[in-house]
Design a protein around this ligand. Structure first.
Ligand code: PGA
Ligand code: ZN
Length: 412
């Protein structure tokens, strides 16, 4: 058993320049694993808090005072780390130590164990195959909480190369479409400054309908058939548009509002018109019934809960009762530790809800995400498109091709 012999921790900066924490876990006195906590911009109301009192320093103080309790644990066992975290910080939302410590400690432990045992991380999290590559969802164009004024209200338009059988080809196709999107934007707006959102997608001056037309045109210009070789998806992140008081979705940049029924109609229309394979948070995080209507009407589209489910087992149970979602975003730091997230994955899989493992908009150059996706049988992976912290994850997919263990692409 690879045993934890040391822990080091520090504050560092994420891809947005915001302060976060990084933890090193040392196993058997020589194998070091490292993980840095990511952070969101469109944060779900029910996700775990990153830091106690919003202070990374405070989180590290609490960790340092309790470090000794982790010494001697089996680094390969996320449950062991989880139990100690919970025994010290008894709340479910990690309010005393924060989800960032739970995240970084649990991932750094498994990485150090993977070095000690000389096996890739995903094999520790899932000891037996089959293993498959998730389809990469490339963020090609966006706005909302990830970009500035003038950009679409929709947070992300995503490319998914559904027709490929090889991960390298899948990534190449996404990069081609991303490049082409820029050309199409430029053809419409010669003053386009090449601005990009937090995850690498282009952030043009455009409304939602124009943005979708640009994406569709780019797919066609690349010679791909929409819905056949290449599909599109949308993260509506609609909780950020929802005005609970007025009970409307406020498309501020387009200067229109939609009530609940109009929103559902709009989403249904976009799914059909653009043959969307993926629709994330199409209604606000509380509206399980609304999500259920969309899920029922669109069997070929993964209607996915992110802010709605927040990687939380109880919310996944609720989604199953309502038949609210056919897809679930898995973001470890929404839940806290890796063990919490793996339990969420089990709950979703047991109820036929397909998993999409996801980065956050504020990221590091860690690539653990890919191992989590493979070990949870995720059908898709959201890891952005360009920028060092995004490409770090995509390139890890290519490295893992060298293991004969992985048997092609996921079955959607
Ligand atoms: P976040 O956005 O990391 O800013 O929450 C990503 C998403 O909503 O999928
Ligand atoms: Zn989202």
């Amino acid at each position: 058993m690879p045993s934890i012999t040391g822990i080091k921790s520090r504050t560092v900066f994420d891809s947005r320049g915001a302060k976060t924490i990084e933890i090193d876990v040392i196993t058997d006195e020589k194998f070091s694993g490292r993980a840095c906590a990511p952070s969101g911009a469109s944060v779900g109301k029910y996700e775990a808090q990153s830091f106690p009192k919003n202070s990374p320093e405070k989180a590290l103080d609490v960790l340092k005072a309790n470090e000794i309790k982790f010494i001697g644990l089996d680094a390969a066992d996320p449950k062991a780390v989880f139990e100690v975290l919970r025994s010290i910080y008894s709340t479910e939302t990690y309010s005393l130590v924060g989800a960032a410590v739970a995240y970084a400690l649990s991932l750094a432990s498994v990485q150090s164990a993977s070095k000690a045992l000389d096996t890739p991380m995903f094999t520790l999290l899932k000891p037996h195959g089959p293993y498959r590559f998730p389809f990469p969802l490339g963020n090609i164009l966006g706005g909302g909480a990830h970009a500035g004024p003038g950009t679409p209200d929709i947070q992300e338009i995503l490319a998914c190369p559904v027709g490929v059988r090889d991960i390298s080809e899948a990534l190449e196709m996404n990069f081609r479409v991303h490049k082409e999107v820029r050309k199409v934007i430029q053809a419409n707006d010669e003053d386009f400054t090449y601005g990009r959102g937090d995850e690498g997608g282009w952030a043009p001056k455009a409304d939602n309908d124009q943005a979708l037309e640009i994406a569709e045109r780019a797919v066609k210009n690349c010679g791909f058939t929409l819905g056949d070789d290449m599909s599109l998806g949308i993260d509506f992140a609609s909780s950020t548009l929802w005005d609970a008081k007025a009970q409307v979705y406020n498309y501020k940049r387009q200067q229109i509002t939609r009530d609940r029924y109009k929103q559902i109609d709009y989403v249904n229309h976009l799914i059909k018109n653009y043959k969307l394979i993926y629709a994330e948070d199409p209604v606000n995080e509380e509206d399980f019934e609304g999500a259920a209507i969309i899920t029922k009407d669109n069997k070929r589209c993964l209607v996915t809960g992110d802010d709605m489910l927040v990687t939380n087992v109880m919310r996944a149970k609720r989604a199953s009762e309502y038949k609210a979602c056919s897809g679930a975003i898995l973001k470890v730091n929404q839940a806290g530790s890796l063990y919490d997230a793996m339990n969420f994955a089990k709950e979703c899989t047991a109820n036929g809800i397909k998993l999409i493992t996801s980065h956050r908009s504020g990221e590091s150059i860690d690539s653990h995400l890919v191992h989590i996706a493979i070990s949870t049988d995720s059908k898709m992976l959201k890891a952005g498109i360009v920028g060092g912290e995004r490409v770090a994850k995509l390139n890890e997919l290519l490295r893992l091709r060298e293991y004969d263990l992985i048997d092609g692409m996921a079955v959607l």
